[in-house]
Ligand binder design. Sequence first.
Ligand SMILES: NC(=O)c1ccc[n+]([C@@H]2O[C@H](COP(=O)([O-])OP(=O)(O)OC[C@H]3O[C@@H](n4cnc5c(N)ncnc54)[C@H](OP(=O)(O)O)[C@@H]3O)[C@@H](O)[C@H]2O)c1
Length: 295
Amino acid sequence: MWNKVIAVFVGVVAGLWWFQDFDEGVIKGQRVLVTGASTGIGEQLAYHYARMGASVMVTARRAQRLQEVVARCRELGNKDAIFGYVTGDMSNMSFTKHLIQESTKKMGGLDYLLLNHILSPNLHFWNGDEDDMAHLDKVFDVNFKAYVHLASHALPELEKSGGHVVVLSSFAGKSAPPFSVPYASTKWALAGFFSGLRQELRMKNSNVSITICIIGFIATDNALSAFGEIQNGLPLQRIIGSAASPSDTALDIIRGAATRQRELYTPFLKTYITSFLSGVCPSFIEYLIRAVYNE
Ligand SMILES: NC(=O)c1ccc[n+]([C@@H]2O[C@H](COP(=O)([O-])OP(=O)(O)OC[C@H]3O[C@@H](n4cnc5c(N)ncnc54)[C@H](OP(=O)(O)O)[C@@H]3O)[C@@H](O)[C@H]2O)c1
C-alpha cells in the first residue's frame, strides 16, 4: 500500500517538474549577475545565460579567471549583449554594494541575481577551538551575510524589472551532514532568511521571485577535491552516488529561476527523495548517514 502511495507521489512530482514550461527565448536580453562565477556551477551559469542571449556580469576574487569567463561568454553570446566582471571578496560587505551598483550601471538594470559563491568547506569534526570559531565567522560572512547584503542592495532594481533572486543551497541545508557543520548551518540560515523574505515580498505584492536551489553532489573541481579528502576509504559514494554535471545543473537552475519555482531540486530524484525522507523520518536518515561514515 505505502509503496503505491509513494510511487504515485513521486510520479506526480516528477511529472510536474518535467512539464515546467520553459522557452530559452525568454532569457534573451535579460540582465544577469552571477556570483562565484570564476569556476564550477557559477561559470557554467554564465555560459548558458550568454548562449541564450542574456547580458552577464560575473564576480569572484580571481581576475584572470573572470577575464577568461567573460571572453568565453563573448564567443557564445549575442553581439548586443553586455559582458563584464567585477573582482572582490565577499567577506567585505561594502563590496556587495559596490558590485550591485557597478553591475546595474553597466547593464542598465538587473533581472536575475544568482547567489552562488561559497568559501570552500573545511571538512572535519567540529572541535569548537579558536580555528573553528574563526572559520565559522568567515563562513557566515561569505556564505550567508554577503547573500543577504547582495539581495538587499539589488531589491530596488529587481522590483523595477519584476526580477529574480536565485539562492544556491544544498542537500546539506535539508539534512544533518557530518564534517561540514558551519557550511551546512549557512545553508539552513539561507533557507530561513529567503523563505521569510519571500513571504514579506508577497505581502507587499512584489513581483520579485525567490528560488532556493537544493543541490546534490556536482562534479565541480572544488567539490571533488573536498569530498575526496574525507572519502579516504569511506564508502561515501554509496549515499550520494556519482556526481552530476555542472553544466546540466546550471541549466536546471536557469529553468527553475525563469519559471519562478520557489524550490528547485537538482539532480531531481536524488535530492527530492532524500530531502523528503529527511523531513518525514529524520532520525532514520541520520542513522543511515552515520552508519555509512562509521564503517
Ligand atoms: N558542487 C557541489 O557538489 C555542490 C553541492 C551542493 C551545493 N552546491 C552549491 O552550489 C554553489 C556552487 O558550488 P561550486 O561547487 O560550483 O563552487 P566552487 O566551484 O567551489 O566555486 C566557488 C566560487 O566562489 C568564489 N569564491 C570563493 N570564496 C570567495 C570569496 N571570499 N569572495 C568572492 N568569491 C568567492 C570562487 O572564486 P574565487 O576563488 O576566484 O574567489 C568560485 O568562483 C555553492 O553555493 C554550493 O554550496 C554545490
